[in-house]
Design a binder for this molecule. Structure first.
Ligand SMILES: OC[C@H]1NNC[C@@H](O)[C@@H]1O
Length: 441
């Protein structure tokens, strides 16, 4: 019998995901003020196609049509992020009711369609005014985030099934402040590690504020995790893979789940760049969470000697190896090494150079294959005893793919940015059929 949802636990949650800056547009509407990504897009050369989030998928105006699309596919959950610059446009202080009203309508629209709302409180669009005061390098921003989180949760309440504090702290800290490919585009390891620590602190501060609201919503965080595989079994490759795993995964998993930074990486970094950890910070950061979101795309193939993947390896349009087995391996390892809450795959998906064919359809067979193989890997993890409770496809819509602009398409629904026409791709039609449970004869 081909893979079907009936192979999964009957209460396994199937959803799709987006993020505010990537789809909303309406960048200057209803009180929103600039985020660091508006600023970053305006810096020449930062975005490969020179685009920005001013219009994006115009979801701010088309959200009802987009929720209808989610419902038509039979998905029962939708993960989206709240734009801090809509809620408290200057980062601290005055609340913008029009911003809260938009998400209020969105949440009610989801519930009316039988779709569970799952909120990410921060998916990278920091108010620029806070960046002007040091951004996440400034410890004060962690406290501002907790205030913002409390405002959102007080308004949306437990209509929202889960609140994740952050999406991908590794991207917010390392990719954005050490590597420099994302906003604010710094290349400073000390700054990056200070940012990472303040995110861990902010996560803890916000958890405390949300717990105090006595919501029934699950509270957690979303980490992008990339399992590292040594290219060979030699010592140099295995050491390099352990380092990659420590810097990319354990530096974020351990403070949240174990209340400590990994010792080997702490020593590796050295005193000049290490963050200033104050007493109580890690106790706050490692408060119990109800769920851990895992964003998985591929593995890291680590070679100290420059060995590359073999001929015939499959890649997505992002140049990421298609490696479904890595999802199972990752989840089984998490289950082995950590005391886990419920796990959700909060993002998994692929970019391919999709086009609308003569017949008006988008025949994205590679994406259907990718999803099928990763669903199977998720099922393997469930059958291995991993407490995996759900899976969100990234993404509902083609959207603004950060430094790649609109040149990479991750959606199961195609967006023609000139007309804003949505076209359900073949992969979404397959997903709809996969989710359809045959009615008993
Ligand atoms: O690169 C694909 C996705 N990865 N995780 C964060 C999202 O914002 C990205 O679009």
């Amino acid at each position: 019998m081909p893979l079907s949802r009936q192979h999964f636990p009957s209460n396994f949650l199937w959803g799709t995901a987006t993020a505010s800056f990537q789809i909303e547009g309406a960048a200057h509407e209803d009180g929103r003020l600039p985020s660091i990504w508006d600023t970053f897009c305006a810096e020449p050369g930062r975005i490969s196609d020179g685009s920005n989030g001013d219009v994006a998928c115009d979801h701010y105006h088309r959200w009802e049509q987009d929720l209808d699309l989610i419902q038509s596919l039979g998905l029962s959950a939708y993960r989206f992020s709240i734009a801090w610059p809509r809620i408290i446009p200057t980062g601290t202080g005055a609340i913008n009711e029009a911003g809260l009203d938009f998400y209020d309508r969105l949440v009610d629209g989801l519930i009316a369609r039988g779709i569970q709302p799952h909120v990410t409180l921060y998916h990278w669009d920091l108010p620029q005014t806070l960046q002007d005061r040091g951004g996440w390098e400034n410890r004060d921003t962690a406290y501002a985030f907790a205030d913002y989180a409390a405002v959102v949760a007080a308004r949306l309440g437990d209509r929202v099934k889960s609140y994740a504090t952050f999406n991908e702290p590794w991207c917010v800290s390392i990719l954005s402040n050490e590597i420099g490919h994302h906003a604010p585009g710094k290349q400073d390891r000390k700054a990056a590690l200070a940012v990472a620590h303040h995110l861990h602190l902010a996560h803890g501060l916000a958890l405390s504020r949300l717990r105090a609201l006595n919501l029934t919503s699950q509270l957690g965080i979303v980490l992008n995790l990339t399992p590292a595989y040594p290219a060979t079994d030699n010592e140099a490759d295995r050491t390099a893979a352990t380092l990659a795993d420590g810097k990319g995964n354990r530096w974020f998993l351990d403070p949240i789940l174990k209340g400590q930074y990994p010792h080997d990486i702490w020593e590796h970094y050295g005193a000049e760049v290490l963050p200033n950890v104050l007493p109580g910070d890690l106790e706050l950061a490692s408060q119990p969470i109800d769920f851990l979101g895992v964003n998985y795309y591929s593995r890291a193939f680590v070679s100290a000697g420059g060995k590359t993947l073999p001929e015939g390896t499959e890649y997505t349009d992002m140049g990421w190896e298609v490696y479904p087995e890595g999802l199972r391996d990752l989840l089984v390892r998490l289950h082995r090494d950590y005391q886990l809450p419920d796990l959700y795959i909060t993002e998994n998906g692929a970019a391919y150079p999709d086009v609308v064919s003569e017949d008006g359809q988008v025949h994205d067979g590679e994406r259907t294959q990718y999803l099928q193989r990763h669903f199977q890997s998720a099922l393997d993890a469930v059958q291995a005893g991993v407490p995996l409770k759900g899976y969100f496809v990234w993404s509902l819509l083609d959207n603004f793919e950060w430094a790649f602009g609109y040149s990479k398409r991750f959606g199961i629904v195609h967006v023609d940015y000139a007309t804003q026409k949505r076209t359900v791709k073949d992969s979404a039609l397959w997903l709809r059929d996969f989710l359809r449970v045959p009615t008993p004869a």
